[in-house]
Design a protein around this ligand. Structure first.
Ligand SMILES: [Cu+2]
Length: 440
């Protein structure tokens, strides 16, 4: 009996292995959300892809050393990626595990009005413990979002958001890597763990996929690869996301594809809340900063209410204030770097304004900041899960080995010792310059 059972199990195993191996790869490059919780699995039920989303209270790590109380989906903020194909019929079963009514709006999608997820207007709120069914057929492709449309100030403010990405049935072109990053900002009183959703303007944490540098995963690529980055925002602020070392074209918004004749080159994509932007470029070797260009946004908590102490020598003052206010830290005489160099400890459960190390020392950044690492031989990742298993923090996947003579360094202004670097022997760019003709 025991033997026949194990034979049966072996048989099932043998059958299931080839079935797994035959699983066809999707006709698109799977989207990767760095630091994401995963791509939402589905079951085919009566011709529809059936997904399950649960809105719930979660504990969420913004970066190592800081955990907040958030409201997310299926254990994450942003929630899991819903990734489908134009023409699919989808059924999303949404369970509310909050103690307040909820609803999920499918941002940018063409659907029956009654499936639009606006509390009071198109449905009643999903009561705590209830499950609602949303069902519609996808009539378009692009980068869309899902988010709460019940008490948005609180629910989105605490993280109830996610990506809903619809691939075209017949893609006009296939990219080598496809990334998605959702922006948000938060106000968390230093030392507290619950974001204050009443805050309108004075945010102190700015996040990519609800992570702040030095907790943001890098994006990776190989030189020459075609990369798409999709940005989405249900934040409160405008953001201007800048990529170093490249020029790109914005190819789509959540309103649809932009015709090639209407695309123009950019290095920064500025956009507001309730918008998505897709942009594409060819990757050039290096470690490239990728960040919001609003000056306070690649920074972390602590700095906003402080007096301007630039140029003020505070050595004695700070010590005496600290006797009264433990942990007091003024703005440095020469700016915020003073504090970073001192490695000072802040209150518990917050992040220093700037933190994290690069190959050349401390990185003067925080918040909406990560790195695009374009290295030869960078591994390919077939799924978000595979990516997340290997790439979580800025230092993961190593740093770019700059060719000799291509790194900025000190000069002494002494012609004997300062010799200009030799022309590098390693070509960083793929296209070699045409040799000049000297015939005339
Ligand atoms: Cu910003």
């Amino acid at each position: 009996m025991k033997l026949s059972l194990s034979v049966l199990l072996l048989g099932i195993l043998a059958l299931s292995i080839p079935l797994q191996a035959q699983k066809p790869s999707p006709p698109y490059t799977p989207v990767i959300m760095p630091n994401g919780v995963g791509t939402l699995p589905f079951k085919m039920v009566n011709g529809a892809k059936e997904f399950r989303l649960t809105v719930e209270k979660i504990r969420h790590e913004i970066a190592p050393g800081m955990v907040v109380n958030a409201w997310g989906y299926n254990g994450g903020t942003p929630g899991p990626l819903i990734e489908v194909v134009e023409g699919d019929r989808v059924r999303i079963l949404v369970t509310n595990k909050l103690s307040a009514p909820a609803a999920v709006h499918w941002h940018g999608l063409f659907l029956p009005s009654g499936m639009d997820g606006v509390t009071g207007l198109t449905q009643r709120g999903i009561r705590p413990g209830e499950t609602f069914r949303y069902e519609f057929t996808l009539k378009q492709h692009g980068t869309f979002m899902y988010h709460s449309h019940a008490d948005e100030m609180v629910q989105i403010g605490l993280g109830s958001m996610g990506f809903f990405i619809v691939h075209p049935k017949k893609p006009a072109r296939k990219v080598d890597r496809d990334y998605a990053i959702m922006l948000n900002e938060w106000y968390v009183e230093p030392g507290a763990s619950t974001p204050n959703p009443n805050e309108m303007t004075e945010f102190n944490l700015f996040t990519f996929n609800s992570r702040a540098f030095p907790g943001t995963a890098p994006l990776v690529a190989r030189p020459g690869e075609r990369i798409r980055i999709r940005l989405g925002s249900v934040a409160q602020d405008f953001h201007a996301i800048h990529l170093h070392g490249h020029s790109f074209k914005i190819t789509a918004t959540d309103g649809g594809d932009i015709p090639a004749s209407a695309q123009w080159p950019e290095t920064t994509v500025g956009f507001g809340p309730g918008q998505t932007r897709d942009f594409e470029f060819t990757a050039t070797a290096g470690d490239w900063a990728f960040h919001c260009h609003l000056r306070h946004h690649p920074m972390n908590a602590m700095g906003h209410g402080i007096p301007n102490m630039l140029g003020v020598d505070q050595r004695d003052v700070e010590d005496s204030v600290r006797k009264q206010v433990p942990g007091y830290m003024g703005m440095g005489k020469e700016g915020m770097h003073d504090m970073q160099d001192m490695g000072m400890e802040g209150p518990e459960n917050t992040l220093p304004m700037m933190a994290g190390d690069g190959p050349f020392g401390p990185v003067g950044m925080g918040g909406m900041f990560t790195v695009l690492k374009v290295h030869p031989g960078m591994p390919k990742f077939a799924s978000q899960a595979e990516y997340s298993a290997k790439v979580r923090l800025p230092g993961d996947m190593g740093w770019y080995p700059n060719p000799p003579g291509t790194v900025a360094g000190p000069v002494t202004e002494d012609p004997k010792t300062d010799t200009p670097p030799a022309t590098p022997s390693i070509k960083v760019h793929e296209t070699p310059a045409k040799p000049k003709s000297h015939s005339h």
